[in-house]
Ligand binder design. Sequence first.
Ligand SMILES: [Zn+2]
Length: 134
Amino acid sequence: MNTKKFYKCEAEAFNGSWYDPEHDSPTIEKHDAENLVRAAARFLGIERPRVYFAEVGSTSAYYPGRGQQYIVFLARGLRQSVVLHEVAHAAVDLSPHKDTGDHGPLFIAFYLRLLSRFGHTKQARRLRKLCDAA
Ligand SMILES: [Zn+2]
């Protein structure tokens, strides 16, 4: 799925974009984000990406490369769902399988597993429906 379309589905599943106050997923502190990355990577059985925090910038991002993969999170207003989103990118990058596009079926499958495992079952179900319909 193309990125713009996926972001639209994601925003709808979470009742707003990540920067909207009404967004369903709570904001978390840096320490909790680090712990969530660790737990999510363990759950998916992947090598844990290094984590950095940016105080300024427009968004969080995953940077690929086996053995040197890392995530830069925008610290302000960081949400659990954003952390899981970036870990799902890591899982695709470290998978032996290729995905189609940045937010393809493999990415979506990892992301939905993480959302369900880490307390966002309802949103995962909504996102699956929206992705299937897109
Ligand atoms: Zn993404």
